[in-house]
Design a binder for this molecule. Structure first.
Ligand code: AMP
Length: 404
């Protein structure tokens, strides 16, 4: 029997998302989520999708889960109850989503002590994310020391950006000393969607230039030239770029000095303001795009402003990346907003006929879980809606590495 299963772990600051996939046919065997780790009200939602447990549907367990180690042990027990445990000989590897790979990690990497130490050393660049990723790796290694563990980095796909794109125009020695540059994030999603878009066009990835718009609660754009990322909107951290659910995206860095000097705010307060209380939430009090759209339709002025600001920033990036790529074959929308909101797609592309962009309004209004083209027949540039699948991409990269 060939081991063909991969467990994908995505450890956040207070959560662990997981999926067990069978790479023989890319099917999902189980999915789940542990939320509110460290609180009294932690919750584990586990859903077996195959075997005898599947008929029972989701199982929800509530009660305190102290830390990530306890969370992973609980996940392991749930999987074992369905005969899908970490001890299964069919498990080929664990794939870990790691948010920051710095300049060191540009490919999926087999984890050993040295690699783990390097990921730990990157914590100052991603203080909110990398610690949880490190714990996830440590616990999974403890549970199955013999099993290959692979780190798949959110930054890796963007590591191909040319130096003059990745560099900020600041003092070079200071930038080098503190590892300050554009890294970019959501890389697994951008990679997956760019490839799926080429497939949708029936072309080789090398022959296609795509602008990928990953519009979820976090949002980022990338310019992908023949399968290679040449520019992306997120920077040193996931704060830069588009207007997001709670993050400001681009702003004059002097806003930070002003808030400190004139507003008397501490660095941590400003960090929290820009990352957690800005974007759509800051502009209108809601970060869920559905709610913003509903309020805007009812004529709410601040929701309309938030929506207009969101759309304006998107258009700016579409224009900028059209210039960066020179020739654009497709614009691809993905993630919660990009996949589900025909209205956002319509607003973002309105008035861009000069760039070769035009929607087929009827095709655009159809909801579907499938990748699809929604551009007008006459349009020079294709518009695609591609549901992203970061877990499948992590599992594929992990499996490819361990089966070499
Ligand atoms: P994600 O981070 O990819 O899970 O995306 C989350 C975002 O997608 C939230 O802001 C949701 O409001 C948004 N979203 C989900 N469904 C829709 C929809 N039908 N219309 C607009 N936004 C949606």
């Amino acid at each position: 029997m060939t081991a063909s299963r991969v467990l994908v772990l995505n450890s956040g600051s207070s959560s662990v998302k997981y999926q067990l996939l069978d790479m023989a046919d890319s099917s999902r065997l189980a999915v789940g989520l542990v939320e509110r780790i460290g609180e009294e009200t932690s919750r584990l939602t586990h859903e077996p999708l195959t075997g005898p447990g599947a008929a029972g549907g989701k199982r929800v367990t509530e009660g305190p889960i102290a830390d990530h180690a306890a969370a992973l042990r609980a996940v392991s027990a749930e999987l074992a109850a369905d005969g899908l445990g970490l001890d299964s000989p069919e498990l080929a590897a664990v794939g870990h989503r790691v948010v920051h790979g710095g300049t060191k990690f540009t490919h999926p990497t087999l984890i050993d002590d040295a690699v783990l130490a390097e990921i730990r050393a990157l914590i100052p660049l991603a203080p909110l994310h990398n610690p949880a990723n490190v714990t996830g790796i440590e616990v999974a290694r403890e549970l199955r020391p013999d099993l290959p563990q692979v780190a798949v980095f959110d930054t890796a796909f963007h590591s191909t950006m040319p130096e003059h794109v990745a560099r900020y125009a600041i003092d070079a020695a200071t930038a080098d000393k503190y590892s300050i540059r554009r890294y970019g994030f959501h890389g697994t999603s951008h990679a997956y969607v760019a490839r799926a878009t080429a497939r949708l066009l029936g072309k080789a990835e090398e022959d296609v230039n795509v602008i990928v718009l990953h519009l979820g609660n976090g949002a980022s754009a990338s310019a992908v030239h023949g399968g290679v990322c040449v520019e992306t909107s997120m920077g040193l951290t996931p704060l830069e770029g588009l207007v997001m659910g709670t993050r400001s995206g681009d702003l004059d860095p002097a806003v930070v000095f002003h808030l400190a000097r004139v507003g008397g705010m501490s660095i941590d307060e400003i960090d929290s303001l820009l990352n957690k209380k800005s974007g759509l939430l800051g502009l209108c009090g809601d970060n869920d795009m559905r709610e913003v759209q509903r309020r805007a339709e009812e004529g709410d002025a601040s929701a309309r402003l938030a929506l207009a600001s969101y759309i304006h920033r998107l258009k700016k990036y579409i224009g900028a990346y059209s210039a960066v790529l020179g020739r654009v074959d497709a614009v691809a929308f993905t993630a919660g907003v990009g996949e589900n909101s025909s209205q956002i797609r319509e607003m973002a592309l309105a008035g861009l006929a000069e760039l070769g962009l035009a929607l087929d309004l009827e095709a655009n209004s159809v909801r579907s879980p499938e990748p699809r083209l929604v551009s007008a027949e006459y349009a020079r540039v294709a518009v695609a809606v591609v549901p992203t699948d970061e877990e499948l991409e992590i599992a594929s990269q992990t499996y490819a590495l361990v089966t070499g």
